[in-house]
Ligand binder design. Structure first.
Ligand code: ADP
Length: 544
């Protein structure tokens, strides 16, 4: 027997309509390309998104067409998000920091029909035009008429000014109703693991993720909060924050292109931001600025960090020097992206000092609505004792089932679980802690060694700026850890003294067999250590 409740498609346009009707004047603030502030509310976003749909229709964009974006976090980009998805087309956010070859590959693979491009990325269009001319017919520059740059399109490609096509458009549009499983947005993983792969979100997955991410033990996105996503809207939908804010009425502060410590401090304080979200590299930059300038964060209560492991220093320094709580989330492009969040249960409320920091380094508890488990090499589920570590698998309605272009379900195992590629423990309270990426874990004599654990210890050495541990093939043990370190500016590193910091911290057999001091370490476009490059260079280090 079916229940007798109303049935309604969970659509992104309904998130926007809710924001417009119930949080009409909740602040949506952007720092523009020129550095000025642009302010409006959700009623304006909704009205302008309707106007944009009408403009996109004139360009010939229809259902399921891909609308690509190369843009920073700002209001025009937000309008494209809602207009493209709301009309039944697909908003395809592209990471402009990738190599142009990858960007061209992604645009062609997605078959983008139109591109919305920020002024900063106009030169990219000149580089890409010839390589994307088979699919891209229109390029819309996200600016006013006075700021239109010189763009060299390929023959047959049209270039428009966003504000001009908006002025020529109208708002005579009613958001359509359609199946909630319709594709809404597309985002390619940044390629730490090879060629970028497309994750195709649906209205339903986005809606459910926005609900779960807004909950008290996650973003706690109340109408009285003001949230600044430093995490780019081109990287997994800025962790879902543009949707969560419309849903809850929390203020949305969009920082534009200046993400350095000084610019962020000004914006955070001027706009009374209470929560800000981004990757550890950003927070290290902010911390450094606060320390050298002596400035204080006047309104921020919480910093959400994720995307890569949290350095302990972040937790300690922001707590002790700024009175700000650093909270960790974990996720992936394939998870929309938030999977876990580290918020305390009652048992963790009393933690202090080193115990507090140790706990803060865990990636956190699963969001309600999805599930996780850890398994050994044979697929057998491992206990939640905080000790056993194995491959982390996840399942749920905002987790990818296949990559764009592949058969539905092709990214899952026979029981419908998605292998994250992370290796982790889960403690009895359900807090997951990543110990490694599956391909980075060092398999020495049949036992596993966590590269991340070794890296975290290496950076506690006073002269070490950054550390990478990789598996290097070994004639006796299959693989052994090799440590590469870079020195802090003006310092030099004594390799033997680095090994000393491991004393008493790890089992003897975990110790790296060699320490190499290098000038710099390679990073991906999203700022993560690029271990594939290091492995290629050093995989036979112990064989020679
Ligand atoms: P890519 O896989 O291309 O790097 P993602 O942004 O989707 O792109 O990255 C997901 C991966 O980032 C996760 O599988 C995990 O390894 C890492 N990650 C995300 N959040 C955290 C975190 N809080 N701590 C440690 N690693 C994290």
């Amino acid at each position: 027997m079916l229940g007798l409740m109303q049935s309604q498609n969970l659509l992104i346009s309904s998130i926007l309509k809710h924001g417009a009707r119930h949080h009409a004047s909740a602040p949506v603030v952007s720092r523009t390309h020129e550095g000025t502030m642009h302010r409006y509310g959700w009623a304006d976003v909704e009205r302008r998104a309707r106007r944009l749909v009408r403009a996109m229709e004139k360009l010939g964009i229809g259902q399921s067409d891909r609308a690509g974006t190369l843009a920073w976090n700002a209001y025009r980009h937000l309008e494209v998000y809602y207009a493209a998805s709301g009309m039944g087309a697909i908003c395809h956010t592209i990471n402009p920091r990738l190599h142009p070859d990858d960007i061209a590959y992604i645009i062609n693979h997605a078959s983008d029909r139109v591109l919305f491009v920020d002024l900063s990325f106009a030169p990219l269009i000149d580089v890409l035009a010839d390589r994307i001319k088979d699919c891209v017919r229109d390029v819309v520059m996200l600016c006013d008429a006075a700021s239109m740059p010189e763009v060299k399109p390929a023959p047959g490609m049209r270039v428009h000014c966003y504000d001009t096509i908006m002025e020529a458009s109208d708002e005579d549009y009613i958001w359509p109703d359609f199946d909630e499983n319709t594709a809404s947005a597309l985002c390619y993983t940044s390629g730490t693991t090879g060629r970028p792969k497309g994750v195709l979100y649906s209205h339903r997955s986005t809606f459910l993720h926005a609900y779960a991410a807004s909950m008290p033990d996650v973003l706690c996105a109340r109408a009285s909060e003001r949230i600044l996503p430093v995490v780019p809207m081109f990287h997994v939908n800025a962790w879902g924050i543009p949707y969560a804010c419309a849903l809850t009425g929390a203020g949305l502060i969009l920082p534009g292109r200046h993400l350095d410590g000084a610019s962020l401090t000004t914006l955070l304080n001027d706009e009374n931001v209470t929560l800000t979200c981004g990757v550890p590299t950003i927070w290290m930059g902010l911390l450094q600025h606060l320390r050298t300038s002596g400035e204080k964060l006047t309104s921020v209560k919480r910093i959400m960090t994720g995307g890569s492991a949290t350095p302990p220093l972040l937790v300690e320094a922001f707590r002790d020097e700024q009175g700000v709580n650093v909270e960790q989330g974990w996720g992936m492009t394939e998870l929309s992206p938030v999977g876990t969040y580290n918020a305390p249960k009652e048992a963790q409320l009393g933690l202090e000092g080193a115990a507090f920091v140790k706990h803060a380094l865990k990636q956190g508890r699963i969001l309600a609505g999805i599930d996780m488990k850890i398994v050994d090499g044979n697929g057998k589920e491992l206990p939640w004792d905080g000790e056993a570590f194995g491959d982390l698998k996840v399942k749920g309605p905002w987790i990818a089932s296949a990559y764009f272009g592949d058969e539905p379900g092709s990214a899952l195992d026979e029981d419908g679980w998605f292998a994250t590629g992370d290796v982790s423990t889960i403690d009895p309270d359900g807090f997951m802690e990543i110990t490694d990426r599956s391909k980075d874990v060092i398999k020495s004599g049949g036992e596993w060694i966590s590269s991340i654990a070794l890296e975290n210890i290496a950076v506690s050495h006073p002269d070490v700026l950054e550390a990478a541990v990789i598996a290097s093939r070994h004639p006796k043990w299959d693989e052994r850890p090799l440590l590469l370190v870079t020195p802090k500016p003006g310092r030099s590193i004594d390799a033997a003294s680095v090994l000393k910091v491991y004393e008493g911290q790890v089992a003897k057999w975990w110790l790296p067999d060699a320490v190499l001091v290098v000038d710099e370490l390679p990073h991906t476009a999203t700022g993560k250590l690029q271990k594939t490059t290091l492995r290629a260079a050093y995989k036979d280090y112990y064989m020679t």
